[in-house]
Ligand binder design. Structure first.
Ligand SMILES: [Zn+2]
Length: 356
C-alpha cells in the first residue's frame, strides 16, 4: 500500500491525524503503520532512525544542552464500528482519534517539519500500549535500547484535552482472605463462616478515608476499593473461605513498598496477598524544559489520576508528563473523537516551545 503520510499530509497535523487513524493499528497489528512512520522519518535528513519490533525511534543530534522525548503509542483498542475516520463539523470521529493518534500526529508533524529544535529531540512511536505490559514497546525499548530513553524530560502525548497532566498515581492490587470451617448449614454452629468474617474487611473499606496529596501544585486523590468478592461453597454449606480483592491507587509520594505496608496496616489481622503493583510518578515539574513547557502551554498543570507510561520514564529518573489534544473521557469509547481546534492548539503550543 502506498504511504498515505505524504509531505502534504505531514505539514498539516489535522490531515495527519486522519491519515494515521485510517491505517488500522489495533494492538499487535501495528506493522503497517510503523512501516509508514519509519519510511517518512527516514526521508528526513535531520533525524537518525532505528526500529525495534514495531517501535520506531528517531532523534536529532544537534549537540544541544538538553534532550526532550516526545512519545506516543501507535496502537489502538479494537475497532467498534468507528473505522475509518469521519469528520462532522469540528470533530474527527474514529478509533484512536483521541487515544492517541492526534497526539502521535503532533509528534510526527514536528519530526517532519522542525529540523532545528531548541532541544535535541527523541521521538518514540511505540507499539502495544493498550494490552498486557509484556508487549509494551516502551517497556521493551527501555530494556533493550536504554539509550533511546536517555533525556532530561519527556512528554507523552496521551489524551489530556490540552491540559498538562503531571506525574501519575501508582496502583496496587491485593487479595484479602478470610478463612473459617465448613459445616452443614443445618448444624451451622459446628462451622465458622468465612463470608461473615469478610464483613469486617468491608467495614474497614467503607470507613477508609483516602488521602489527598498536593505535590508541585498537582493534587492526587488516593483510593482504596474492593473490586471483586468471592466466597461460598454450596447453598447448604457454611463457607470456609472468602476473598476480597482490593485495588489501591496511591499518590506518587509513596513507593510501591510503602503502599503495600499501608494496605497491610489497614487489613491488620487478615491474610493479605499482593497480586500486582506499579509505581506512581512524581510530577517532576522543576526541570528547566518542563518549566518552559508549562510557560508555552500557559495553564496550570493537573494531577494524572490513572497510571500511564510516564511512570516508565520516572522509573528511569526522567521527569515526564502527559499532554495531548485528545479527550481522555472519550478514549476507548465507540463515539471516540477529537476536536480539530485542540489539534491545532497543541501543534501551536509545541511549536512555541520547541522552535528556536
Ligand atoms: Zn493511550
Amino acid at each position: 500500500m502506498a504511504n498515505p503520510l505524504t509531505p502534504d499530509v505531514l505539514v498539516d497535523p489535522v490531515e495527519l491525524t486522519r491519515a494515521l487513524v485510517d491505517v488500522e493499528s489495533v494492538s499487535l497489528n501495528e506493522k503497517a503503520l510503523a512501516d509508514h512512520v519509519e519510511e517518512v522519518l527516514r526521508q528526513t535528513s535531520h533525524l537518525s532512525v532505528e526500529r525495534l519490533g514495531n517501535t520506531v525511534m528517531a532523534r536529532t543530534d544537534l549537540g544541544r544542552d538538553q534532550r526532550v522525548i516526545l512519545a506516543g503509542h501507535l496502537d489502538t483498542v479494537p475497532l467498534n464500528n468507528n473505522f475509518p475516520s469521519t469528520v462532522v463539523d469540528d470533530l474527527i470521529y474514529g478509533c484512536g482519534t483521541s487515544d492517541m493518534k492526534s497526539g502521535v500526529a503532533l509528534a510526527l508533524h514536528l519530526a517532519a517539519t522542525l529540523p532545528d529544535p531548541r532541544y535535541d529531540l527523541t521521538y518514540l512511536f511505540y507499539e502495544a500500549e493498550e494490552i498486557d505490559s509484556r508487549f509494551n514497546g516502551l517497556r521493551l525499548a527501555a530494556e533493550s535500547r536504554p539509550e533511546w530513553l536517555m533525556a532530561d524530560f519527556a512528554v507523552l502525548l496521551e489524551p489530556t484535552y490540552g491540559v498538562v497532566e503531571a506525574g501519575c498515581q501508582g496502583t496496587l492490587r491485593a487479595i484479602v482472605r478470610t478463612t473459617g470451617r465448613r459445616a452443614h448449614t443445618a448444624r451451622a454452629w459446628r462451622g465458622v463462616n468465612a463470608i461473615h468474617a469478610a464483613g469486617e474487611v468491608l467495614r474497614r473499606l467503607s470507613d477508609y478515608r483516602p488521602r489527598t496529596v498536593t505535590i508541585d501544585g498537582c493534587t492526587y486523590r488516593e483510593g482504596l476499593n474492593a473490586v471483586r468478592i468471592q466466597g461460598g461453597v454450596a447453598g447448604n454449606v457454611v463457607p470456609d473461605e472468602a476473598v476480597v480483592e482490593v485495588n489501591m491507587r496511591f499518590a506518587p509520594d509513596r513507593t510501591e513498598k510503602q503502599a503495600l505496608e499501608h494496605v497491610l496496616e489497614v487489613f491488620d489481622g487478615f491474610e493479605v496477598e499482593l497480586t500486582d503493583s506499579a509505581p506512581g510518578a512524581l510530577p517532576g515539574l522543576s526541570a528547566a524544559p518542563a518549566r518552559e513547557f508549562l510557560t508555552a502551554v500557559g495553564a496550570e498543570p493537573a494531577a494524572k489520576l490513572g497510571w500511564t507510561d510516564v511512570a516508565r520514564f520516572a522509573a528511569l529518573g526522567i521527569p515526564a508528563l502527559n499532554y495531548g489534544p485528545g479527550d481522555p473521557l472519550l478514549a476507548h469509547a465507540p463515539d471516540e473523537h477529537v476536536e480539530i481546534g485542540k489539534i491545532r492548539d497543541g501543534a501551536a503550543t509545541l511549536h512555541r516551545w520547541l522552535a528556536d
